[in-house]
Design a protein around this ligand. Structure first.
Ligand code: AMP
Length: 424
């Protein structure tokens, strides 16, 4: 199958060619014809599946005809990065159409947005700033024909659902086409879908298994040796662009500092950054200025870098879905990638949950020349959560390291000292 099957207008076909797409991805094959028929859609798909083109291409096709310079398509996304990425896709795919896409998000001046909104055909917005424009009456949504809610589960996680419902109350109802994309289906998203979608088509892709182009492995390690193991792993592995995930923004910042100290060109992406610094981190990672980007899940939403060679979970994610999401950052489109996860004794439950979600046991590896028995005091300092033990109070690690069969026994390299498999 190729893109000709969809019979896009030549101006859009030119955009598809310019983007370098030759074969539609599975979700594109299944969903584009339905969206072009005007059907409402519930798309269960994670980032990396090609879902952006599923809505952008039919939107461009629809907007080619009819009046220009009024907002006829509204796309709502949880983060500025994702909004920018969608806008970029609209610009590339719609380069020859003359249609205008505008991004609307906070953290940047509002005046320029107000000017651009006066002649926009497509608006890609984050909820807060869009509501701001609605209140100021600087955006006219009365002509919206297509509404897209992208990464709806993330918007729910970030507390945006009331804002979303408020935004929807400002849109015309009759004949509106609504497309909702979500990687997971919490009850609240199901309810939202029931409320706003009419006679929906439901398409699910790649939600239960990671991309086949990603190979992944677990690296068991004691908690206090995580940073040391990460550095060793980075030193041994031939990497291009490495995305490292931590549980909190505090940990992201700290780890970024440690990587920089160890000589890596690294940056961190976390919620506290100014827009300029976020953009610098994103662009720097894209261009290769930074080799390692340390990020939290929320900050990393919308990262679209096709050359991420490695995703490393410094901290195990909280859900198997998030695991699959994270590792979906590598192995994008046709590239292959590797995903490493540092696991500690505390992660045992999640390790099992990930095994179940992935369907096969994830390979466990150890590094041959790494000292897994370094006691906490002489190893490089671990990054601890903010809630620290009182000084003098023994941590779990300290208590356990003297016990031959401590809780880390299941994580230890084999008794004969031979690694199960070492990283190349
Ligand atoms: P998305 O899931 O929409 O974020 O897309 C993931 C990446 O795949 C983006 O870099 C897209 O530009 C790229 N992509 C989308 N569709 C195709 C396609 N049919 N062929 C090749 N790359 C694609």
């Amino acid at each position: 199958m190729n893109f000709k099957t969809f019979s896009f207008h030549p101006q859009i076909a030119a955009g598809i060619q310019a983007a370098g797409y030759s074969t539609p991805t599975p979700i594109q094959t299944q969903a584009i014809p339905k969206v072009m028929q005007g059907r409402d859609l519930m798309g269960l798909a994670q980032t990396g599946t090609g879902k952006t083109a599923v809505f952008i291409l039919p939107i461009l096709q629809r907007l080619l005809h009819g009046q220009r310079g009024r907002v006829r398509a509204l796309i709502v996304a949880p983060t500025r990065e994702l909004a920018e990425q969608i806008h970029q896709a609209a610009e590339t795919l719609g380069a020859k159409t003359g249609l205008r896409s505008v991004t609307v998000y906070g953290g940047v001046g509002i005046q320029k947005q107000i000017q651009l909104l006066k002649s926009a055909d497509v608006v890609v917005a984050c909820p807060g700033r869009l509501l701001d424009h609605i209140r100021r009456q600087t955006v006219n949504l009365s002509k919206v024909e297509v509404l897209v809610l992208d990464e709806a589960d993330q918007m729910f996680d970030m507390g945006f659902l009331p804002d979303i419902r408020r935004i929807i109350s400002h849109l015309p109802r009759p004949n509106r086409q609504t497309l909702l994309f979500s990687a997971t289906m919490p009850a609240q998203i199901r309810r939202l879908a029931d409320d706003i979608l009419k006679n929906q088509v439901r398409i699910q892709v790649g939600n239960d298994a990671p991309a086949e182009t990603v190979s992944h492995a677990f690296y068991p390690v004691a908690r206090h040796l995580k940073t040391a193991l990460l550095l060793k792993l980075l030193g041994k592995t031939s990497t291009e662009a490495v995305l490292v995930f931590t549980r909190t923004k505090h940990r992201a910042k700290q780890l970024d500092g440690k990587l920089a100290k160890a000589g890596y060109r690294s940056a961190s992406l976390q919620g506290n950054l100014s827009q300029t610094r976020r953009q610098d981190a994103m662009n720097g990672f894209k261009s290769g200025k930074y080799q390692v980007l340390v990020a939290t899940d929320i900050a990393a939403r919308g990262i679209d870098v096709s050359n991420v060679s490695h995703v490393i979970n410094y901290d195990m994610p909280a859900t198997p879905e998030t695991y699959i999401h994270r590792i979906g950052r590598t192995g994008r489109a046709e590239n292959s990638g590797e995903a490493f996860t540092l696991i500690t004794d505390e992660d045992r439950q999640m390790v099992n949950a990930v095994h179940r979600a992935v369907g096969v046991p994830v390979e466990q590896r150890t590094l041959a020349d790494f000292n897994y028995h370094t006691p906490a005091s002489t190893s490089s300092k671990p990054i601890r959560p903010r809630t620290q033990q009182q000084p003098g109070h023994k941590t779990g690690n300290q208590k356990n390291r003297r016990t031959a069969k401590g809780p880390y026994a299941w994580l230890s390299p084999r008794k004969n000292g031979k690694p199960r498999r070492s990283a190349g």
